[in-house]
Ligand binder design. Structure first.
Ligand code: PLP
Length: 238
């Protein structure tokens, strides 16, 4: 099998999973956006995925993402780049130059830095507020993956909404390890409702990865971030 055939097969399996999950939940599969997370994989894989019809790709490290986006921009101007990883404030300006959507906005200062970068670059950047689900689930705070907790979720949402060049899309989370994903995503739905009460346009929910996309679809996710189920296990990761 060539790499393209391998990716095509894995992509088809994932799309089948998404359609089945949507069917089970009585949801329209065409309203679900699959973001293929290509971190650790070469730009050539992104090209192959684009040939297979993928338009939304996700990355989690600025250095790697900015290089891939720059390399592919001339040939693939229609790709939408989603930044899904933890983001340092001093990288926000760089990310705002190529990212169409940032899924991991978890502090007001980061929102302000993204706004400055977007204004500078003359671009609009969609933003999800990343929610740390640990506290609401009764787990120890300080989870390894970032995210705002409690009332900070609303503070971050307000900061994004105040950014003229930012668009508040909704909330995002990663289900904590060792927790039933259905329980985790129910907690995310509660955060989503609180944000929507203040910001009615923030209707999107980014949740669900290779291992838990079914539970995410059942809980109302609109964006699924799937990496290893499509690209294989990441070189040197996990
Ligand atoms: C890597 C990553 C994913 C994809 O994870 P898989 O388990 O490989 O599908 C999704 N979301 C975030 C935030 C990630 O960092």
């Amino acid at each position: 099998m060539t790499r393209t055939e391998e990716l095509a097969a894995a992509l088809a399996r994932t799309t089948d999973r998404v359609r089945a999950a949507a069917g089970a939940a009585g949801r329209d599969p065409d309203r679900l956006r699959l973001v293929v997370v290509t971190k650790f994989f070469p730009a050539d894989d992104v090209r192959r995925l684009a040939d297979l019809g993928v338009r939304d790709v996700g990355e989690s490290r600025d250095q790697e993402a900015s290089a891939k986006a720059a390399e592919l921009a001339p040939d693939l101007p229609d790709l939408r780049w989603h930044f899904v990883g933890q983001l340092q404030t001093n990288k926000a300006r760089s990310v705002a130059r190529y990212a169409d959507v940032v899924h991991s906005v978890d502090r007001p200062r980061l929102a302000a830095a993204l706004q400055a970068g977007a204004a500078d670059a003359g671009r609009r950047v969609g933003c999800f507020v990343q929610v740390d689900l640990a506290a609401g689930l009764g787990l120890d705070a300080g989870a390894d993956r970032g995210g705002a907790a409690g009332d900070d979720v609303l503070r971050v949402a307000d900061a994004v909404a105040a950014g003229e060049d930012l668009e508040l899309r909704g909330v995002m989370a990663v289900a904590p390890r060792g927790v039933d994903p259905a329980r985790a995503f129910a907690e995310l739905s509660r955060a989503a409702r609180r944000v929507r009460a203040e910001h009615p346009g923030a209707v999107e929910v980014s949740a669900g990865m290779s291992g838990d996309l079914e539970q995410a679809v059942a809980a109302g996710a609109t964006h699924l971030r799937v990496g290893s189920a499509i690209l294989g296990s990441r070189p040197g990761a996990r």
